[in-house]
Write a protein that binds this ligand. Structure first.
Ligand code: HEM
Ligand SMILES: N[C@@H](CC(=O)c1ccccc1NC=O)C(=O)O
Length: 267
């Protein structure tokens, strides 16, 4: 049967399968991936709830990978490479915000049909989310306490993130490599010098803007998340044991790079 050429329909042999080694599902490990959605209840929307969280965690994994590479590029003085990676990071972060729409198609009544089964689990226990915060510069050891039930490997990952340099440390190193002073007393002066002399420092300025966009997009996600929380559970406390929306509202005021925000007041 000749199904090749212009005729619609599958080709008889596929590119990439010539040696018979790789297949779509084998390469992407689909049997394993698609076997990981196991609802705890019969509630129809629990599959949506699991799917959306798994998709978030996959994107978190990619973000950690790209942000680590951006940090190394800054330390190496390869600012163009860091900027290239931040462009990707920003687009993925916008996808993360957009995905909230999908979960908001669930009604609070339908969420309540399985919410009790989730306790005491909650987003508090997302190791990768906390890794992203630590890597970005928001290191808060108190959160190790929320991972009491995590495995030793996960705790080790968090401790490593607490110990290793942040994106901000890498940006400061990039400033220093260009001869700008970076002591606590001098760094604001250096940031101002970069902002005022784009002719000499445009790459450093643009990179600071990339950091700020990463910071702003994370804050927008927190705001979108708390709006969704209020829509789903109102003033109820969280399955993770926090006050719920009030706790999350407090987190929306956080900044990864406070000096870049403060700079605005000095310009
Ligand atoms: C019905 C939807 C959701 C509700 C009602 C909800 C509710 C909450 C609540 C109440 C908390 C505070 C911790 C607690 O006491 O439980 C929390 C934290 C968190 N949630 Fe959600 N959440 C929802 C969806 C999501 C999704 C889709 C993600 C994506 C990964 C997510 C990630 C997180 C993270 C990372 C935290 C920790 C935030 C922090 O400590 O700053 N949540 N959530
Ligand atoms: N904390 C949420 C439940 C929840 O959303 C959740 C539960 C288990 C795993 C991840 C979750 N997502 C974010 O917190 C609540 O209090 O309703």
């Amino acid at each position: 049967m000749g199904v090749d050429g212009d005729a619609p329909g599958p080709p008889s042999r596929r590119f990439g399968e010539e040696g018979g080694r790789l297949s779509y599902g084998g390469y992407l490990r689909l049997p394993e991936l698609l076997d990981q959605q196991r609802p705890e209840s019969e509630a129809p929307d629990e599959l949506l709830f699991i799917t959306i969280h798994q998709v978030y965690e996959l994107w978190f994994k990619l973000l950690l990978h790209e942000l680590e590479a951006a940090r190394e590029a800054m330390f190496a003085g390869e600012l163009w490479r860091a900027r290239h990676l931040f462009r990707r990071v920003h687009v993925v972060e916008r996808v993360l915000i957009g995905q909230v729409d999908v979960l908001e198609t669930m009604t609070p009544q339908d969420f309540l049909a399985f919410r009790a089964k989730l306790e005491p689990a909650s987003g508090f226990q997302s190791v990768q989310f906390r890794e992203l915060e630590f890597l970005s510069g928001l290191k808060d050891e108190r959160y190790l306490g929320t991972f009491r039930h995590a495995g030793e490997a996960e705790l080790a990952r968090l401790r490593r993130r607490l110990a290793e340099p942040t994106l901000w440390d890498a940006y400061v190193a990039a400033l220093s490599q260009r001869g700008l002073p970076v002591s606590d007393d001098e760094i604001m002066g250096s940031l101002l010098a970069v902002a005022r002399d784009r002719g000499s420092y445009d790459d450093l300025w643009q990179l600071a803007e990339d950091l700020l966009t990463h910071d702003e997009t994370a804050a927008l996600w927190r705001m979108r998340h708390v709006q969704m929380v209020e829509r789903q559970i109102g003033t109820k406390s969280g399955t993770g044991g926090s006050t719920g929306a009030p706790y999350l509202r407090g987190r929306t005021r956080l900044h990864y790079f406070p000096l870049l925000w403060e700079l605005r007041a000095w310009l």
